[in-house]
Design a protein around this ligand. Structure first.
Ligand SMILES: [Zn+2]
Length: 432
């Protein structure tokens, strides 16, 4: 499995938009989706609660992919809007106040070309990043909001979604409305869901529950595949200095390279089969679990600092393998990363970890972020020693929980733990 390929799907659709370009802060999305799995379409209605961050804000711009927005209203009064180049521009009827929230109501429908994947042969639908392809939203990673999500499905389907599950409701026509609430603000790109004709296993984890879902695998097989999840959550919670919050669902879907969403990870059925055949092949499971802290709770503020998500998730995966499988498993990862960095160098494709922009990354750029990023964290571990390194990681994670970060935030925390400037190290490896 090559989780670094995620970027290939994730990034082209995500324009970099600095928060001050938006002039609004999104506070909450309330989204109700009705997928038509056989028709590979979706209908949605939502309300967006936002606050203006500047005076005289008379327009709100959201990413809306290829969705067709059919109406926008404020206090039941229709608002003018238009859609161009994947953006929805809404004209407000009066300037949005800076001291009170404004709530807009939207209706939309569409047949997303990506972002919402349909597998009709399995009665399955699931998200693959690109949240704006299934709900108008701000794609930029530095915009965090809470979410209530509802998904209406035929009664024979099971579902997992971002946030804490609320009781589902059976509608008069027999369909079931599944609901979740995400109470801590998260970037919209980690919102998601998976629904299908699943078999399911549940495993208690402290006061929370682990949910395991798959079309192909029996509950017993699911427990085998994900046998280490609780141990992974414990390990990363300890390294982060932050306990895991909420329930966690792991879903094997028709096709994916693996993806972290808030409280939900999806991997492919093919990967599940691989783990069933060789219980040591758990790196991708660990990578996605690690993202629950590094990526989801502590998020790069812009994609130019993407190594803080992906290099960190890869490094933490190796640290987990060292704990679970021994030193040789860790060293095997280090060797693979070092060889990748050497091959990047040999072909002149080596780059510092922080990018000037991330608008058209190549496969080599992704290798820099995912693999060199992890390798540099290993080098920093060697430079600082065990005690200071992990103290720095913990301070960085605790100090930025629920925040968007840039590389300077990481450097500052590690310097504080080291008790000295790390500028020479960061100049050599990290900054352009
Ligand atoms: Zn990742």
């Amino acid at each position: 499995m090559r989780p670094w390929l995620i970027a290939a799907l994730l990034l082209p659709s995500m324009p970099a938009l600095a928060s001050n370009d938006r002039a609004v802060d999104i506070l909450h999305y309330d989204v109700a989706l009705v997928p038509d799995i056989a028709g590979e379409r979706v209908t949605g209605q939502m309300s967006i609660t936002l606050k203006a961050t500047d005076k005289d804000v008379t327009a709100v711009v959201l990413d809306s992919g290829e969705l067709n927005v059919t109406s926008v209203a404020h206090n039941n009064r229709a608002l003018a809007f238009n859609q161009h180049d994947g953006r929805l521009r809404i004209t407000l009827d009066q300037p949005a106040p800076t001291d009170a929230p404004t709530t807009l109501q939207l209706h939309y429908e569409g047949a997303p070309p990506f972002g919402l994947e349909f597998a009709p042969d399995r009665d399955e639908v699931y998200t693959v990043f690109s949240t704006s392809q299934w709900m108008p939203s701000v794609d930029a990673p530095d915009e965090r909001a809470t979410l209530t999500l509802s998904l209406t499905l035929p009664p024979e389907l099971k579902a997992a979604g971002t946030g804490r599950a609320l009781p589902s409701r059976t509608l008069p026509d027999g369909r079931v409305e599944h609901r979740w609430m995400l109470a801590s603000p998260m970037p919209a790109y980690v919102y998601g869901l998976a629904a299908g004709r699943y078999q399911q296993a549940t495993v208690p984890y402290g006061k929370n529950t682990l949910h395991l879902l798959s079309v192909n695998r029996s509950p017993q097989q699911l427990k085998q595949i994900f046998a280490r999840t609780g141990d992974m959550l414990d390990f990363f919670a300890d390294k982060a200095g932050l306990p895991f919050q909420g329930d966690y669902s792991q879903v094997l879907v028709a096709r994916t390279i693996g993806q972290e969403m808030a409280g939900v990870s999806v991997m492919s059925e093919a990967y599940g089969a691989e783990v069933l055949g060789d219980p040591d092949q758990i790196a991708l499971i660990a990578h996605e679990v690690a993202h629950q802290w590094w990526g989801n709770r502590v998020t790069c503020a812009g994609w130019e600092h993407f190594w803080l998500n992906e290099g960190m998730a890869n490094f933490m995966t190796a640290a987990y393998l060292q704990h679970a499988q021994g030193e040789a498993a860790y060293q095997a990862k280090i060797k693979a990363w070092r060889e990748r960095v050497e091959s990047l160098r040999a072909k002149g494709a080596d780059r510092p970890l922080v990018y000037p922009d991330w608008n058209a990354p190549t496969a080599d750029d992704r290798a820099v972020v995912y693999q060199k990023g992890a390798y540099v964290l290993h080098l920093l571990r060697a430079e600082l020693g065990e005690e200071a390194f992990w103290r720095g990681i913990r301070a960085y994670t605790q100090g930025n929980d629920g925040r968007s970060v840039v590389t300077a935030d990481f450097q500052r925390a590690m310097e504080k733990a080291a008790g000295r400037s790390l500028q020479p190290f960061f100049s050599e490896w990290v900054y352009p």
